[in-house]
Design a protein around this ligand. Structure first.
Ligand code: NAI
Ligand code: MG
Length: 365
């Protein structure tokens, strides 16, 4: 039987970029004999419109059963005034929580053709290919106690950074596994100088390293890490860090490489019975209501998210390489959606024009 893929296009440009990914999935089925059992469902505002909830129990169950889930984006102004309990984001949060996706992979990769696009000097980013692994289900965003309390005659805002050994252990293992498939170099970032959770983090990561003797492990304080990422990002291969630092560091690293329309992500959980990790793949960008429905959206972030699925869920690293090379070729030959245009007057490709260009490059591969 074919591996199963649940597609949740969502809102705004989500369905537009996903339509291009569908073309690419079909191409792999027809030309590379790599077929998937694809099913499609609703998430976010689209699910709310149809069912009054941003994610139905049926779709949640489908996601739990699927070999991988590919999501577009959720949200939009139409839903801004909804009650928090049914906001589009809640659909995505429920998926992440119930699938227990604790390891968030955010690559920062600079395609040579876009090196000029970075806010940094070309030689600092050209050829950059790093991966930030962010712990996604624990830490200060979830720790108790939390809240705003009265103390004396003023209010106090409280959040708690809390990590168990097992939470650190499992995300560290996923980062080491990743390092083994890449350049066997892992840098762990925390603030062990001022945080108890940082001391424990460093301790547990060092312990896990014993199971991966081939991986060269280093430790760095996260504030220095931020500086190093901007100063000389190519010194890194895989970075592993907690939820809060990972949120900030991965957003900063993302901007090393240019447009939001280029950035994929994966969120992985524990292995299922078939050995594949629970997995949700999605572009980093949102539903982009400002350009939705105009055929302007760049589908590459979503296409590269599918490429990550090929690599991390379906063990098709060579086919993922093929797809990424096709994207690289289109960019090298000057193919640009509007978000990637410089000042000069090149005619931009539409969303489907970019999808077709990638297909043409795949055909030529
Ligand atoms: P956004 O990522 O949707 O858009 C930010 C800017 O980047 C916009 O100018 C947009 O046109 C541009 N952009 C984003 N993706 C693009 C693409 N593929 N091609 C070309 N240009 C692109 O973030 P924003 O505006 O803060 O949020 C809009 C809506 O999306 C909100 O409802 C927000 O809650 C939701 N959102 C959803 C996310 C998700 O589903 N994971 C993540 C972030 C925001
Ligand atoms: Mg963020």
């Amino acid at each position: 039987t074919n591996p199963s893929l649940l597609i949740l296009p969502g809102d705004g440009i989500g369905p537009e970029v996903m339509a291009e990914v569908r073309k690419i999935i079909d191409w792999f089925g027809a030309k590379r004999d790599l077929a998937f059992d694809v099913s499609e469902g609703l998430v976010g505002g689209a699910a709310y419109d149809a069912h009054g909830t941003p994610l139905t129990d049926e779709t949640m169950e489908q996601a739990q059963q699927a070999d991988a889930v590919l999501l577009g984006a959720v949200g939009g102004p139409k839903y801004d005034d909804l009650d928090f309990s049914v906001k589009p984001e809640r659909g995505l949060l429920r998926l992440r929580k119930e699938m227990d996706l604790y390891s968030n992979l955010r690559p920062a990769q600079c395609f040579d053709a876009l090196a000029d696009f970075s806010s940094l000097k070309k030689d600092v980013v050209a050829g950059l290919d790093i991966m930030i692994v962010r712990e996604l289900t624990s830490g200060i965003y979830f720790g108790e106690p939390r809240g705003i309390i009265e103390e004396g005659n003023e209010r106090v805002g409280i959040n708690t950074q809390r990590y168990t050994e097992s939470e650190i252990d499992r995300v560290a293992r996923s980062a080491f596994e990743l390092a083994m498939r890449r350049d066997k170099k892992l840098c762990s970032m925390e603030k062990a100088n001022v945080m108890e959770s940082g001391i424990l983090w460093r301790d547990v990561v060092t312990e896990v390293a014993k199971d991966y003797p081939e991986v060269e492990l280093s430790h760095m304080y996260a504030d220095n890490g931020a500086m190093q990422l901007v100063r000389a990002p190519k010194q890194f291969d895989v970075i592993v860090t907690d939820n809060l630092f990972g949120d900030i560091l991965s957003d900063a690293a993302a901007m090393l490489t240019g447009s939001l329309g280029m950035l994929p992500s994966a969120s992985l959980g524990a292995p299922m019975a078939n050995g594949r990790p629970k997995a949700l793949y999605e572009p980093v960008h949102g539903s982009a209501p400002d350009i939705a429905g105009q055929g302007k959206a760049n589908p590459i972030a979503c296409i590269l998210s599918f490429s990550m699925a090929l690599r991390y869920s379906f063990d098709q690293g060579a086919e993922a390489d093929r797809l990424e090379a096709a994207v690289e070729k289109v960019l090298a030959e000057g193919g640009r959606t509007a978000d990637l245009l410089g000042e000069e007057g090149v005619t931009p490709l539409s969303t489907s024009g970019m999808g077709d260009a990638v297909i043409a490059a795949l055909d030529a591969s």
